[in-house]
Design a protein around this ligand. Structure first.
Ligand SMILES: Cc1cc2nc3c(=O)[nH]c(=O)nc-3n(C[C@H](O)[C@H](O)[C@H](O)COP(=O)(O)OP(=O)(O)OC[C@H]3O[C@@H](n4cnc5c(N)ncnc54)[C@H](O)[C@@H]3O)c2cc1C
Length: 396
């Protein structure tokens, strides 16, 4: 009998796990993906939408299910009865499992009442598009991009700020832009070289950077920083993530699932977790996929497949993108700072924003089939200097 694997979630971690499991375990597993969504939305490219420069593509889960050999059950995980190996959905349906993998993501929370929150949804992209239009029309001239304290992936905020600066510059409009972040250095999680590069990019774009600046509240465009007050017309921020707090599973105080290096939820037999739902500090799509790979390998080995159950060893890959250029940032967490890279050319292939071992190439295959062209280097260096950039094609 194949091992009955239930994956709860329909985002990068869930799909990477399903694809990896299919490759490693084949018929040794019978996989069901429980998710409320009928499509997978590729959120990272949503930062282009407010600038009408591209957007978040979607992929039908039915198509992925057919390719990766899983059944897609529409529904939302509500409760886990770990002793009986049964889950209950919010509709009251019960689904039995041999192995459960929770990849249901974090719960986005609005960090400030009076700010435009960018989650990557179409509605948020529309709201930021309105802001871009206000800047283009000369109605709004002072904007702060504020990264909230706590778990969030800050990179899209840098992209939005840099793209707005580019747009204003192109139109010859003077704007005052601030980037406010609790980080000690901009995108410092990628190491010092990357932070220096990002700092230079912000400086060149005329964006004032405020680091080590956790912002508790935003009051009508008034932002209190240590020893400094900012008055702006608009504030753009990102959601803060909280844990999913799943009934029946132990969690940390913020509701995140605590896992070991193989994705096993501490203290609960046969339950795994991957991605933003876990207590791992960095909430990022590429890392979510790496966690999913580790869990899938362990599950495949448990199902009798002849595989090495490699543990999760984070390698952080980030692509900082504007309409004009991209920077590729990579840091091998385990190897320390000396293994951090920053470059204007691809440091991994395919050069996608969510660098999933299975998912990146798989989605690229679908894009090619559909004739969609993803933002990626199409021309080698312009050759101006050693840090010269590659030209991106962002439009299909
Ligand atoms: C604007 C923006 C830009 C980003 N840019 C990048 C980037 O460039 N690179 C990068 O690597 N990361 C980026 N990220 C972060 C990345 O999107 C997340 O880290 C990643 O999506 C996490 O994947 P996940 O599968 O763990 O969770 P999610 O993507 O949140 O997916 C969770 C899935 O589970 C489903 N679900 C929710 N609750 C339940 C439940 N109870 N039962 C069953 N299913 C459930 C949801 O419908 C969803 O399908 C960005 C995030 C945002 C918001």
């Amino acid at each position: 009998m194949p091992t009955n694997v239930l994956i709860a979630g329909g985002g990068p971690a869930a799909l990477e796990a399903a694809l990896r499991l299919h490759r490693l375990a084949g018929d040794r597993v019978s996989t069901t993906v429980l998710a409320p969504n009928s499509d997978f939305t590729y959120r990272p490219l949503s930062v282009l939408e407010p600038f009408a420069a591209g957007g978040a593509w979607t992929y039908p889960l039915a198509r992925v299910a057919a390719d990766a050999g899983f059944a897609h059950e529409r529904g939302t995980l509500a409760r886990v009865d770990a002793a009986s190996h049964v889950v209950e959905t919010t509709d009251g349906a019960q689904i039995a499992y041999d192995v459960l993998l929770v990849a249901s993501g974090g719960v986005p929370v609005r960090p400030y009442a009076r700010a435009t929150v960018f989650t990557g949804s179409a509605a948020d992209a529309e709201a930021v598009h309105g802001l871009v239009q206000d800047v283009e029309g000369g109605y709004t001239r002072k904007i702060a991009f504020v990264a909230p304290p706590g778990g969030t992936w800050p990179l899209p905020l840098y992209e939005l700020a840099l793209m707005l600066a580019e747009r204003a510059y192109e139109l010859g409009i003077r704007v005052e832009l601030h980037l406010v972040t609790p980080e000690e250095a901009p995108l410092g999680v990628f190491g010092l070289d990357a932070a220096r590069e990002v700092e230079a990019l912000l400086r060149d774009a005329g964006i004032a950077l405020h680091t080590s600046a956790p912002v508790d509240s935003v009051d009508d465009g008034h932002i209190a920083l240590v020893g400094e007050e900012l008055e702006v017309q608009r504030v753009v921020t990102l959601p803060r993530l909280e844990g999913p707090s799943i009934d029946g599973l132990p969690a940390d105080p913020s509701g995140f699932l605590v896992v070991d290096v193989h994705g096993r939820v501490t203290g609960v037999p046969d339950v795994y977790a991957a991605g933003d739902a876990t207590a791992f500090a960095i909430k990022q799509g590429g890392l979510a996929c790496q966690q999913a790979d580790a869990a899938a390998a362990q599950i495949a080995a448990g199902a009798g497949a002849d595989v090495d159950a490699e543990p999760f060893v984070p390698v952080l890959r980030g692509m900082l993108l504007t309409e004009r250029w991209a920077r590729f940032l990579r840091r091998d967490e385990a190897a320390g700072d000396e293994h951090a890279d920053v470059a204007g050319h691809a440091l991994w292939w395919p050069p996608t924003k969510i660098a999933g071992r299975e998912l990146a190439g798989y989605l690229e295959g679908i894009d090619e089939e559909l004739g969609r062209v993803r933002g990626r280097p199409v021309q080698a260096s312009l050759g101006i200097d050693a840090r010269s950039i590659e030209v991106l094609s962002l439009h299909s």
